[in-house]
Design a protein around this ligand. Structure first.
Ligand SMILES: Cc1cc2nc3c(=O)[nH]c(=O)nc-3n(C[C@H](O)[C@H](O)[C@H](O)COP(=O)(O)OP(=O)(O)OC[C@H]3O[C@@H](n4cnc5c(N)ncnc54)[C@H](O)[C@@H]3O)c2cc1C
Length: 544
């Protein structure tokens, strides 16, 4: 298992070495970028402040014998092309499909299970609406078609923002104008509308709508009626395969299985990874970025420096203010970085029941979603806007030990709750004061859905947005290194004019979730950035 740096990598690192690329941060995007560059023959060093690689894609042993996905929990976006290019299966990556993938539990005792099995999903939806069951497959095909249409503008080779490239914008609009009427209408809704308006166009069952709408609100400060949430649904469709909704898989050994495999691929191609060392400064000289200074005082020089840390961390904490044009720094600082999600990790003595379902049913494999209705989701969001965690938040419970018992001692389980509408900034109190009572309240809230849960808890750890910021270096605890919207596609991410991973500091690039196309365990920011950096190195446009 590669998680700490090997002694040989540590001793190879010296201040007299000039690496082709020094990467700040060993989250999955930093590792993807490093692995592609090392595979192309470049000398790469990756420096990570935590003791383990992975960033928000990590498995941590939070209690002896109990291993948890500390932040991200399931995968649907991680690109198959990256798995293949970097031979990640040979390096130990194993994705376990989950069927069903999501199981919504409702206050009246009914449930709705959706997964890749279309026949099973249609039968489940039929419990709520025959009409919705009849159109569900068409909805899925349409969303995948729209995602295929949008993908080149979000993921493709030309990374110039559309608003900066009038010929490309005209071509894109002409292509959109050629879509059938219904697709065009729905594309506009998907890009600029709300999850509610997108779903109202198809379905009548509120239970189905709220089950699907979570892909549009997860991680963002918005309820499903807010414009922009349909975009996040479309974004998640980039990971959809044959099912109508993205099918979220589990990683063997937890999400750290992805980043352990990536670290092994980096090592196999000769990259040096050092963990447990924070970069305290990216040094900028007269011609651009030239080195990183580590917490222990060492300096690592690079022809190119790439930051996989969030744009806010990079430009407000690591690069001297006078090295960055004030307009760019202002744009980075002004972006929305405040997270809205918390995690509650539980070590369980035994499985709870799922109300209304038989013991040992397949539903235990899926994400158990507790969010009664679309209106409830909007109200929970509105409450959080007042600066307090929602009293009945959006909760998603996952029990990975059902499919991977290796994560806990024999017979025991781990369960992680993703809890949304828990604002970073509280009014009149602090998270330190309220986090334990808050966790008690969440457990009380979901106990009727999962009878026996509270009594089975052996240990628990709560991570508020403040804890996610402190422990994982996520500014504001934001899941995606900053808010996401269709603006990212048209005007660039993180800042208009800088959609292609370069920054105003020569020789300094970004490659994390705060860059295009965006957050989630996706790998595309890291892969795309590696192309741009390789070009820089190979064209010898470097300054040295
Ligand atoms: C609670 C939560 C739940 C989520 N659930 C899911 C999910 O189920 N599925 C999904 O696809 N996505 C999920 N996400 C989103 C996803 O995990 C992130 O968007 C993604 O992992 C970000 O990856 P990254 O490599 O770009 O950045 P990060 O993972 O943040 O990596 C950046 C790295 O840089 C390091 N770093 C920062 N500053 C320094 C420094 N000064 N010196 C050295 N190192 C530094 C950090 O320690 C970190 O390792 C979730 C996120 C959170 C927080």
């Amino acid at each position: 298992m590669v998680n700490r740096v090997s002694r040989s990598a540590e001793s190879r690192m010296s201040e007299t070495t000039t690496y082709d690329t020094v990467i700040v941060g060993a989250g999955h995007n930093g590792l993807v970028c490093g692995a592609y560059l090392a595979r192309a023959g470049h000398r790469v060093a990756i420096v990570e402040r935590r003791d383990t690689v992975g960033g928000a894609c990590v498995t941590d042993e939070l209690f002896p014998g109990y291993r948890f996905c500390t932040a991200s929990l399931v995968t649907c976006l991680f690109r198959q092309e990256i798995v293949a290019d970097l031979d990640l299966a040979r390096h130990g990556l194993e994705i376990i499909p989950r069927e069903p993938s999501v199981v919504a539990l409702f206050p009246d005792g009914r449930s709705l299970a959706l997964g890749a099995d279309m026949a099973a999903a249609t039968a489940e939806i039929g419990k709520f609406s025959a009409h919705d069951a009849a159109v569900y497959a068409d909805y899925g095909e349409t969303m995948r078609r729209l995602a295929r249409f949008a993908a080149p503008y979000l993921l493709g080779k030309s990374r110039t923002p559309l608003l900066d490239d009038m010929p490309a914008l005209r071509t894109a609009l002409a292509a959109a104008a050629g879509l059938p009427d219904d697709d065009l209408r729905r594309l506009v809704t998907a890009l600029f509308g709300s999850a509610r308006s997108l779903l109202d166009d198809w379905f009548e069952s509120d239970e189905l709508k709220v089950t699907l709408a979570t892909d549009g609100v997860v991680g963002v400060d918005a309820g499903p009626s807010m414009p922009g949430t349909a975009y996040l649904m479309l974004y998640h469709q980039m990971g959809a395969t044959e099912s109508a909704r993205p099918s979220w898989g589990q990683v063997k050994g937890g999400m750290g299985g992805i980043t352990r495999a990536l670290a092994a691929a980096c090592a196999a191609h000769g990259a040096d990874i050092v963990t447990g060392q924070a970069v305290r400064r990216i040094r900028v000289g007269s011609v651009g970025a030239e080195a990183v200074e580590l917490d222990d005082g060492r300096q690592l020089r690079g022809r190119v420096i790439v930051s996989a840390a969030a744009p806010k961390t990079t430009f407000l904490d690591l690069v001297d203010a006078d090295a960055v044009p004030s307009g760019y720094r202002h744009a980075i600082g002004g972006a929305d970085f405040e997270g809205v999600a918390a995690k509650i990790h539980l070590a369980l003595d035994r499985l709870p029941e799922i109300r209304g379902l038989p013991g040992e049913c397949a539903e235990y494999r899926g994400t158990l979603q507790i969010l009664p209705s679309m209106d409830h989701s909007d109200a929970a969001h509105a409450e959080s806007r007042l600066g307090r965690p929602s009293s009945e938040p959006h909760v998603e419970c996952t029990i990975p030990t059902v499919l991977d018992p290796s994560l806990a001692p024999p017979g025991k389980h781990v369960m992680s709750m993703y809890v949304q509408f828990t604002p970073y900034t509280l009014a009149g109190t602090t998270w330190e004061d309220i986090k334990e009572p808050f966790a008690d309240r969440v457990l009380d809230y979901i106990e009727p859905y999962l009878p026996g849960l509270t009594a089975s808890v052996l240990n628990r750890k709560i991570l508020t947005p403040r804890d996610l910021e402190r422990e994982l270096a996520l500014p504001g605890g934001h899941l995606y290194h900053g808010a996401m919207s269709a603006r990212d596609m048209f005007a660039g991410r993180p800042v208009a004019g800088y959609a292609d991973y370069h920054t105003p500091v020569p020789g300094l690039y970004l490659c994390g979730a705060g860059t295009r196309p965006g957050g989630g365990v996706f790998g595309m920011p890291g892969k795309n950035a590696s192309d741009v950096v390789r070009q820089h190195l190979e064209d010898d446009h470097g300054r040295r």
